[in-house]
Design a protein. Structure first.
Ligand SMILES: [Zn+2]
Length: 225
């Protein structure tokens, strides 16, 4: 889909099949550098590289890689992307332990094949200059350290696997067979419903460019009733 909003790309050519979306996002920083959000399954790095070349973006201009959580469809190409970009890596401190396989993750879903030591282990509410100003929102449930990334200036939320496609055009929580703790995921969804979100950019559905909050609030109401 390419540049979905000014300075925000949904990297094309990384879906493993036509039925399974994996939305790797590339976000312009305030200067000339870029931030990558999640890295796709193993084997995705060359596909990201192809996309970068097509758009005239040098791999080493990616200075930051933010991870929403440990699952392999998000971290599978992390090591490869680090070696191509030399970028600094970021995740919630709980998730960083599982990405490093210290300890190995025992929840549902597949952990990364190769352990990676994340550079910056943040906590809820930490803010970063990357991506034009990112705030980390710890949104556990799907995994213990799952994090959504909010750009307050532009009211954009990268929601990772907090949400999944629902029926019709609605949102759903990620199915319980992939979720570590369903009630916690519900609490996280309700928390995000309190944010002012214009553009909602989940990993496996959307992007919803104009009606982010309406979508999340509708789901939060269904979770309550
Ligand atoms: Zn996941």
């Amino acid at each position: 889909m390419a540049e979905i909003l000014p300075g925000i790309h949904q990297v094309e050519g990384v879906d493993p099949s036509p039925d399974f979306f994996t939305h790797v996002y590339l976000v312009k920083d305030k200067g000339s550098s870029w931030t990558l959000i999640d890295t796709g399954l193993p084997g995705t790095a060359p596909k990201i590289d192809t996309y970068l070349k097509k758009h005239g973006i040098s791999p080493t201009s990616i200075r930051s890689i933010f991870l929403t959580h440990l699952h392999r469809d998000h971290t599978g190409s992390l090591r490869d992307m680090i070696s191509r970009t030399k970028a600094k890596t970021y995740s919630h401190w709980i998730e960083a332990a599982f990405i490093a396989q210290d300890p190995p993750y025992d929840g549902p879903g597949t952990p990364p094949a190769e352990p990676v030591s994340v550079d910056e282990k943040f906590k809820d509410g930490d803010q970063f200059e990357a991506g034009g100003g990112i705030v980390a929102y710890h949104t556990p449930g799907h995994t213990p350290g799952h994090t959504s990334y909010y750009l307050p200036e532009r009211k954009i939320l990268f929601a990772g696997d907090l949400f999944f496609p629902g029926t019709g055009d609605t949102l759903s929580l990620t199915p319980k067979e992939y979720t570590q703790h369903v009630l916690t995921a519900q609490v996280s969804a309700k928390r995000v419903a309190g944010l002012n979100v214009v553009s909602l950019l989940p990993y496996h559905c959307g992007p919803y460019l104009r009606d982010g909050s309406a979508k999340v609030i509708e789901l939060a109401k269904r979770l309550t009733t």
